[in-house]
Ligand binder design. Structure first.
Ligand code: SF4
Length: 289
């Protein structure tokens, strides 16, 4: 599996065999079946190819207007409530060439223009296969299409300043405000997300924040207050906060993968409790939904 930090990945099956999964059928007509492993590693390093988990065309989520959302495989976090645990490791998806992906996205330009939409790169973690993400963002943005990334911010330092110029909107998940709770929820450190948020604030980048209320995990009032304190520093560039109730629809996927799902007995939060969390953000002057 990928270690999530260096970007070194080991595809399974190895030797360049095409990996098929949820994206099969939407895949490409390229010749990646024949690629050798060293060629594949080089192509991944340059961003020529990436492992794409799946695609979706959605409206009113993942950014404004109609979005073409591309889910990339690979994520350094291990969120206990992850809905797409099959994207965590670099095992599921279709190897796709950057040129094919860009061509496909550009075909929807008129839909994006009519709806005020665009491309959202999600995952998994869109910054995990950074070279590919960088190239797609540049080419799509250069074509006049609105771009967004849906990220935990953990790998935000991988984005160069010029990459940020090619991103119109950042959907930033702040999964907890207390460092120990963040570690418990995700298995990783909170600080990189704060650092990334600070950097986005410094350049006035448009940001939408997401926070998931998980009873017994992230809903402690002290933790919520800390999330609101962090986001409250970014009121100039955060356009909205989305507070989302946990649901355990991802459970079956965890079990299919043979992973230990620890939220089996966790119920969704009560609507009034979610609303109370929203109020905490509103007291910071943040537009909250
Ligand atoms: S950051 Fe997203 S994709 Fe990664 S483990 Fe967490 S919920 Fe899953």
């Amino acid at each position: 599996m990928a270690d999530g930090i260096t970007g070194v990945v080991h595809l399974d099956p190895q030797e360049g065999e095409r990996v098929r999964g949820a994206a099969a059928g939407l895949g490409t007509d390229n010749e990646l079946d024949q690629i050798t492993r060293p060629e594949l590693m080089e192509a991944r390093r340059t961003g020529e190819v990436a492992l794409v988990h799946s695609w979706e065309l959605v409206t009113a989520v993942d950014g404004p207007g109609t979005r073409m959302t591309m889910f990339l495989s690979g994520c350094p976090l291990r969120c206990k409530y992850c809905h797409n645990p099959d994207t965590m490791e670099m095992k599921t998806g279709t190897l796709e060439k950057v040129d094919d992906v860009v061509k496909r996205i550009k075909r929807y330009k008129s839909v994006f223009r009519a709806s005020g939409g665009g491309l959202t790169i999600s995952g998994g973690e869109p910054l995990f296969q950074i070279a590919f993400t960088r190239r797609v963002l540049k080419e799509v943005h250069d074509a006049g299409i609105h771009t967004a990334i849906d990220t935990s911010g953990f790998l935000g330092s991988r984005l160069r300043d010029e990459d940020l110029d090619n991103i119109d909107l950042v959907l930033l998940d702040v999964k907890s405000g207390d460092p120990a709770t963040y570690k418990n929820v995700t298995g990783r450190e909170l600080q990189p997300t704060i650092d990334f948020g600070d950097r986005l604030a410094a350049i006035g980048k448009r940001v939408w924040i997401r926070f998931v209320v998980v009873p017994g995990l992230s809903d402690d009032p002290a933790n919520v207050a800390k999330v609101a304190d962090i986001v409250g520093r970014w009121t100039e560039n955060v356009e909205r906060v989305e507070v989302l109730p946990f649901h355990n629809m991802g459970k079956d996927k965890w079990q299919e993968l043979g992973l230990n799902y620890t939220l089996e007995d966790t119920k969704p939060p009560r609507p009034e409790d979610v609303e109370a969390v929203r109020e905490v953000f509103r007291t910071k002057g943040l537009q909250t939904y």
